[in-house]
Structures are given as C-alpha cells and as structure tokens.
Ligand binder design. Structure first.
Ligand SMILES: Nc1ncnc2c1ncn2[C@@H]1O[C@H](COP(=O)(O)OP(=O)(O)OP(=O)(O)O)[C@@H](O)[C@H]1O
Length: 294
C-alpha cells in the first residue's frame, strides 16, 4: 500500500482515555504532517505512552479518534506503522540474525537487504544473542526491526532513555539519516530536551493528559518571548498572553505568546528548553490568566 503523502500521517481528534478512575488522556487533538519529525514531550505519567499506543492501534481510546494516513488506527493501519515500545521488546534468547529472520516472517513489507545493511551499520554481530547486547546495541536492533518494515509512520516511545550520551547521539544520527532520505514520518517521545533539540521539526507538549502545545518548532520559537524584570512589571503583562510566570530571586520571568517585546522589561527569544519548560509548568488546562508575582 503506497502511503498518501498529501494527507496527515497522524490525525488525533478529541482523544480521551481512562484507566479506571485515572484519566490518562483528555480531549487531545493535533495533526502530524507527513514527513515531519515530531517530539512528544511530557513529564512522567503525562500520557505519552498511552497516546503512542493509541496511534499504533494497540489501544482503542474511550473517546475521539486516531487516523493514520487517513485510516482509523487499528488492524488496517498496522502495515504503515513501525512502533518501538518503551522497553524495546525483543527476544533475549534469539541471535541478531534470528531476530531479523523473525521480522521477515512477521512483516509482509519486510526489506531483508535493508535490514542487513542497517544491522551492519549498527555493528550488530549477527551471531550474538540479543540478551547479551549492551543497551545501546539493543536499541539499535529495535530500530532496525522498526525501519526494515518500511513504515510510513515510525512511533518511538522514549527510544533514547536507556542510552548513555554517546549512544544517544549515535542512535539519533542513525535515525535521522535513515528517515531524511525516505521522508518517513517520526513521532518520538522524550523527557530530555537536549535529545530533541535540532532533531525534531515539530513538538507536542502533553501535561496531565492534555495537549498544551502542538506546533512547528521554529514557528513556536518565533512567536514566544521571555520577559525578565520586577515582579510587579511582569505581573502587569497581559495575562491572556502569559503561558507561565514565576518568581526568580528578586525578579520574575514569564514565557509570553508574543512576537514583539513591550514595555521596559528585558526580553529575549526562548530557547527550546525555555519554551518547553514553560508549557510543561503552565498551570491548569488553560494558560494562566491572572499572575500575581509582586
Ligand atoms: N495499563 C494501565 N493501567 C492503569 N493505569 C495506567 C496504565 N497505563 C498507564 N496508566 C496511567 O496513565 C497515566 C499515563 O501513563 P503513560 O504511561 O501514558 O504516561 P507517560 O507520559 O508515558 O509516562 P512515562 O514518561 O513515565 O512513561 C499514568 O497515570 C499511568 O499511571
């Protein structure tokens, strides 16, 4: 099935899901355009894994709908998706070669030559048992398994979490090299801003199961500012534009939705970290309207 590039790779509309009394996702809506690399950012328990599982068709949400290249997420969308869960599930007793052979048997679109090349590039010894591989190698193997399916949409749940800093850049580099040439759409979850800075062109911030921000990274950075100054001055800013404000020593700082500085405060463009932290810390489902800092 060729993937239709003119429609959204992932369309999440009004998705809500609860586990018993615990609401994991609440009215989540966003679109991931085909070809984009999107970071799904949120604190522990924000709902990232639940959302990725719904996108992979592994969980049917209580409310709303998820579409992948126009198909409702589920059995029909599975061939289009490569999904790597949080703990990169692989069989520890199989060798690398046996793991790749199993991938070939389970996936109709499996590209065996591509899988071998990716495994060689990742320096994965074909006779080694998966259980004996270092975490970095196992993460590379999980990625090979997902990529060799030739998916249109790659969903990666904290793919870098178990890795040391060198392995992180290695895996990110390998992933980006592979997806850039093919236009594969990627959604990856992460806690670590350094891992996604320069890697992702879009970002979705989840907090308490709600989407706080879903935007193109460059556009979001260009339409926000950080104000620093006396608490009374920061508190006097237009509350409807403030994403998050807090006291820092004797001063106060605020992340503001605005392209132009106003007044006598010190202003600067946010770094990606400042932008994401502002949305992660923003109180409640709606950005704060009244700020008291003085
Ligand atoms: N199978 C489940 N049964 C009960 N509660 C669950 C289940 N899966 C997730 N939850 C709860 O739903 C909420 C969202 O969990 P989820 O794993 O999606 O968050 P997350 O952002 O991926 O967190 P982390 O970064 O810690 O992996 C959490 O409160 C979690 O405890």
């Amino acid at each position: 099935m060729p993937f239709e590039r003119t429609e959204a790779a992932l369309d999440v509309a009004g998705v809500g899901h609860s586990f018993g009394p615990r609401r994991a996702l609440d009215d989540c809506s966003f679109v991931v355009p085909a070809g984009a690399v999107t970071a799904l950012v949120g604190r522990n328990g924000a709902g990232k894994s639940t959302l990725l599982r719904a996108a992979a068709g592994l969980l049917r949400p209580d409310r709303g709908r998820v579409r992948v290249f126009g198909e409702v997420a589920g059995d029909a969308s599975l061939p289009a998706i490569g999904y790597v869960g949080q703990h990169a599930p692989l069989y520890p007793m199989l060798t690398v070669a046996q793991t790749l052979a199993l991938g070939g048997r389970l996936n109709p679109r499996w590209d065996a030559a591509y899988a071998r090349r990716l495994a060689d590039d990742a320096a994965l010894p074909s006779g080694a048992r998966v259980g004996t591989l270092a975490p970095g190698r196992r993460a590379r193997l999980a990625l090979v398994m997902a990529l060799a399916k030739r998916p249109g949409l790659l969903l990666l749940d904290e793919p870098l979490a178990p890795l040391d800093p060198v392995a992180r850049t290695e895996v990110t580099g390998a992933l980006m090299a592979e997806v850039a040439g093919r236009g594969t759409t990627v959604v990856l979850s992460s806690h670590v801003v350094a891992d996604i800075d320069g890697v992702c062109d879009r970002v979705v911030v989840l907090a308490d199961g709600r989407v706080r921000l879903a935007a193109d990274v460059d556009q979001a950075l260009a339409t926000h500012l950080v104000a620093v100054g006396a608490g009374s001055e920061v508190g006097a800013l237009d509350g409807t534009a403030i994403v998050e404000a807090r006291a820092v020593g004797r001063d106060a700082t605020a992340l503001v939705r605005s392209a132009e500085p106003v007044g006598s405060l010190a202003w600067h463009r946010p770094t990606l970290e400042e932008l994401l932290l502002g949305y992660l810390r923003a109180p409640g489902p709606e950005p704060e309207r009244k700020v008291t800092l003085a």
